[in-house]
Design a protein around this ligand. Sequence first.
Ligand SMILES: [Zn+2]
Length: 58
Amino acid sequence: MNCPICNRKADEKYKPFCSRRCADVDLGKWLTGSYAIPAQAIDDENPEDLDDPKHRPQ
Ligand SMILES: [Zn+2]
C-alpha cells in the first residue's frame, strides 16, 4: 500500500501514510474541507506566544 499523499511506501506505524507528516497533511485537508474551526478558538491562542519559552509548559 502506498501513501495517498506522496505515493511512497506506507509505514506500518502511520499506514496508510508513509509518515506522520503525510498523516497530518491528510488530517489538515479533512479539517479544512469539512470541519469549520470557529474563529474564536483561534483568537484564544496567541501564536506569537508559542515561540516564547516563558509560555511553554514545564
Ligand atoms: Zn507520504
